[in-house]
Ligand binder design. Structure first.
Ligand code: UT7
Length: 334
């Protein structure tokens, strides 16, 4: 993708972290009426990591961030900007600055970005803009979610799907090329009722003629079949658009790295793009759907296992509540 400044983006480090506690499908069937057979065959999920009561989003995000900084070989003091993609901040005012403090990135500005399961891709594109304009040299992009706080643990149609975790990448200015090759971001608020974690307020009159609505957020509600159909239709489309912008063809993709929502969605998208299964990165068997964290956790594991090598072309796409969806075609490495 062209940019006028001549400054490109490089991906120099990745990291991830997840809670220690694991709930496998067998134990899940003690929480709701379900079975390992149903969950594994319909979703590909075998277990998920769940945050314990005293654990925080900040803690996993900071650990993932530190691991990414270590891989990049830089210190927290080098970070100019922290973007935290999350829908489940510890504090509704934002958790990014608490992570900034936890890792000691004293110089960095920090903010939260919410685009549900598309948050990491939206965050990557946002980070790239700051770098390409020359405003910032080093951006720490974190995707982290603790959806277990907001799942309806009595609803077997949703509670079996989600897990908790965090992933991070370091994105840095480069004068030798731009590793973010193309992207396409989309939103459609007319479909927002497919997947919600909505605030519900009860009216409270403060004085005559002035009332406010005060309440709390309601557990996740999802129309699974509609979200499934939406993902299988829209994700290949948005990847093709991003490829077009990158001036690349499907054959040039080394890895398909989708939001880890359902193995059947990954398989269906790969089929539609005519991509062989060997190119599909999947770790949802071990994590379930970790929302904004799913892409960077899977990325980090692939990098550390040395499956994914510098220069490899990755087609990544997020999709979820909003509805929001988006694709980014990028090359791993400096
Ligand atoms: O990050 C956000 C993105 N979210 C997604 O991508 C989710 C997309 N949707 C999906 O992945 C799938 O729609 C699900 C995995 C959520 C559901 O799979 P499905 O094949 O669409 O199942 P279904 O909702 O059509 O339900 C089939 C049957 C129903 O029973 P009846 O009505 O046919 O008797 C459900 O009650 O399976 C039943 N069921 C379950 N049974 C055992 C639903 N959940 C469960 C369960 N265990 N956990």
């Amino acid at each position: 993708m062209s940019n006028q400044s001549g400054i490109g983006v490089a991906f120099t480090g990745s990291g991830s972290a997840a809670p220690e506690a694991v709930l496998d499908n067998e134990n899940m069937s003690r929480v709701v009426e379900t079975s390992d057979e149903w969950i594994a065959s319909r979703t590909g999920i075998h277990q998920r990591h769940l945050a314990a009561p005293g654990e925080s989003l900040k803690q996993f995000a900071a650990q993932a961030a530190q691991n990414a900084l270590n891989m990049a070989g830089i210190s927290a003091a080098d970070v100019d900007l922290i973007i935290l993609a999350t829908s489940t901040a510890d504090d509704l005012f934002g958790s990014a600055s608490q992570i900034q403090m936890a890792i000691g990135a004293h110089r960095a500005a920090a903010f939260d970005l919410t685009a549900a399961c598309s948050g990491f891709v939206f965050g990557m594109v946002t980070a790239a803009q700051y770098i390409r304009t020359g405003a910032y040299q080093t951006v720490l992009l974190i995707g982290a979610d603790v959806l277990s706080r907001w799942v309806d643990w009595g609803d077997r149609r949703t509670c079996v799907l989600f897990g908790d975790g965090a992933g991070a990448v370091v994105m840095q200015a480069s004068s030798v090329g731009d590793r973010l090759l193309g992207f396409e971001l989309r939103s459609d608020g007319s479909l927002s009722n497919y997947l919600t974690l909505a605030h519900e307020g009860q009216p409270r009159e403060l004085v005559d003629d002035v009332a406010i609505g005060q309440g709390s957020y309601q557990p996740i509600q999802m129309n699974g079949q509609e979200v499934y159909r939406f993902a299988v239709r829209k994700v290949p489309e948005v990847i093709e658009k991003a490829l077009f912008r990158a001036n690349l063809t499907v054959e040039q993709i080394d890895w398909l790295l989708l939001h880890q929502a359902n193995q059947r969605i990954l398989d269906a998208v790969a089929d539609r793009l005519a991509l062989p299964k060997e190119k599909v990165i999947s770790n949802m068997a071990r994590y379930g759907n970790t929302s904004a964290a799913s892409i960077p956790i899977a990325l980090d594991e692939a990098v550390r296992a040395e499956h994914l090598k510098p220069g490899d072309v990755i087609a990544s796409a997020g999709f979820g509540a909003g509805m929001s969806w988006g694709a980014a075609i990028f090359q791993w490495g400096k």
